[in-house]
Design a protein around this ligand. Structure first.
Ligand code: NAD
Length: 504
């Protein structure tokens, strides 16, 4: 047993070859509950030797695991899914405790992870190849899919259980072995998942977990036995991962930061739009890569929308996520909160109007890294609060003349994760779907994060790579194709092979 059950020991261990083991001597950092500032555990900053041990374990497990029939691999996912449902409350509490989001959001996170396991359990069908007999006389063509080998996953703090599940269920069921590096700021929930995978019957070494930061990341990026890297995190790190992994000959997908624009047209149901925007912007304390962070509203309804946004934001209850009725938890760390305060000051200095200052709400809390819903009006695309990802409950509102100016405003962002339109017009909704520069589009939907059966398809500088996580892209990413051209001859046949038999 580990993770949450190891509180007394406090120092977290790595999971290598089916065992919880201490890392090589290293430094440790505190893992906090961001709502209470309580120290939950100490996380090791493992080094290259620990990465080597994990990759070695994964490489040794690969031959037997990849030779295990895909149907048997999928059955382990069915058992894992069952265990996840059985532990949904415990896992949700773990997420809330280490991340701060409220318990309903945490429970939904577990469910989104379960959906990925369910998707991966379809691998016998998903992994099928293509065949075309007699592609030339007597010759058959066939493409099969095979696993890559050892693959690595590097993840952020904001969905500590679900984001790793964008990766390892599909990777493992496709026959790969895996090394996971959790976020050093939220490492606990994924540790519990390792125990559940073992209970589900996953053999030792097939998945491994190494705690740490840069040193572990670089160890994975440079390790010759690691064939592919999946990354989710901030823009500069994603770019570094993409370039370094590619320079080391690895397949790579790197999902990055975001600034998600929500365009409100004059014909929208404004009450519904305001509710949806507030929930998207301030849910999970704005620490979602799909959070609404910039609103673009057509001027004729801007005042009305603004008063509805303020009304909805004022109704949110801030507090510890485990408490009943709490909507808005803390941000992840004190230094992050400090950076966010700095951004708010820059917004003011640039001339934006602070119509709701969440720093006031936070004064009621003696502890924890809290910031109430914060809303700026009169923003422009060139202001830092609009250009940069803040990753906190801070919303910037821009007023535009019409739909076209709204689209141009969105186009100015270097990010392209999500974008949403609020309208009753099928025509404008369709125009927006086709022309808005983002990979995931919402039509009257606040968090248009696709379910796991579709690819999570950020674009521009929100994504570095070709194949996205989830859906068929995920299967494609974690498999390599091999194409076979075959000719067979009947005994004593000196002709063109089996064609005579084939055409009978
Ligand atoms: P982060 O980039 O700080 O960390 C992500 C991972 O990279 C962590 O495991 C961390 O240890 C490692 N890391 C950090 N700095 C590094 C460095 N210099 N060298 C090597 N490794 C390094 O991200 P975060 O703060 O944990 O998460 C928030 C970010 O993740 C936001 O930008 C958010 O938009 C993004 N995110 C994106 C998506 C998406 O789908 N596009 C989803 C979730 C989160």
């Amino acid at each position: 047993m580990t993770g949450l059950n190891r509180r007394k020991i406090e120092r977290l261990q790595n999971y290598i070859a089916g065992q919880w083991v201490d890392p090589a001597p290293t430094r440790y950092e505190e893992v906090y509950n961001p709502a209470t500032e309580e120290v939950l555990a100490k996380v090791p900053f493992s080094g290259r030797a620990d990465v080597d041990a994990a990759v070695q374990a994964a490489a040794e497990a690969f031959p037997a695991w990849s030779a295990t029939p895909v149907v048997e691999r999928a059955r382990i996912m069915f058992r894992f899914q069952h265990l996840l449902f059985g532990h949904q409350d415990e896992l949700a509490r773990s997420i809330t405790t280490e991340n701060g989001k409220n318990i309903n959001e945490a429970s939904a996170e577990v469910l989104r992870g379960i959906e990925m396991v369910e998707f991966a359990a379809g691998m016998p069908t998903l992994m099928m190849g293509d065949a075309l007999p007699n592609i030339a006389r007597g010759i058959d063509g066939e493409t099969i899919r095979l696993p890559l080998g050892v693959v690595g996953g590097i993840v952020p703090f904001n969905f500590p259980l679900m984001v790793p599940m964008w990766m390892y269920p599909v990777a493992l069921t496709a026959g790969n072995t895996f090394v996971l590096k959790p976020s050093e700021r939220a490492p606990l929930s994924s540790m519990r998942a390792m125990d559940l995978l073992r209970e589900a019957g996953l053999p030792a070494g097939v998945i491994n977990l190494v705690h740490g930061a840069h040193e572990v990341v670089n160890g994975l990026l440079e390790h010759p036995q690691v064939k592919a890297i999946s990354f989710v995190g901030s823009e500069p790190v994603a770019e570094y991962i993409y370039k370094t992994a590619a320079a080391n000959g690895k397949r790579v997908q790197a999902l990055a930061g975001a600034k998600n624009h929500h365009l409100v047209l004059a014909d929208a149901d404004l009450r519904r739009a305001a509710k949806t925007i507030v929930s998207s912007a301030f849910g999970s304390a704005g620490e979602r890569c799909m959070a609404a962070s910039a609103v673009v509203v057509v001027a004729e309804v801007a005042d009305r929308l603004m008063s509805l946004l303020l009304e909805e934001a004022a109704a949110l209850k801030m507090g510890q996520g485990l408490e009943k009725g709490v909507d808005l938890g803390p941000v992840i760390r004190a230094n992050h909160l400090e950076r966010v305060h700095g951004r708010i000051e820059k917004g003011l200095a640039a001339g934006a109007t602070l119509v709701r200052d969440g720093r006031q709400d936070a004064r009621a809390f003696g502890q924890g890294y809290f910031l109430g819903p914060t809303i700026f009006d009169d923003c422009h695309p060139d202001m830092e609060i609009v250009r940069e990802e803040i990753f906190a409950p801070v919303l910037s509102v821009m007023r535009v003349k019409d739909f076209e100016e709204g689209l141009d405003t969105i186009r100015m962002s270097r990010f392209g994760n999500g974008a949403t339109i609020y309208t009753r017009s099928g025509y404008y909704a369709r125009e927006f779907v086709l022309r808005a520069e983002a990979g995931m589009i919402g039509v009257n939907v606040g968090v248009p994060a696709p379910m796991g059966f579709f690819p999570f398809s950020g674009s521009k500088r929100s994504f570095f790579g070709d194949l996205h996580v989830n859906g068929k892209d995920g299967v494609e990413f974690y498999t390599r194709k091999k194409t076979i051209t075959a000719r067979w001859f009947a005994e004593g046949d000196m002709g063109i092979g089996s064609q005579k038999v084939f055409v009978k």
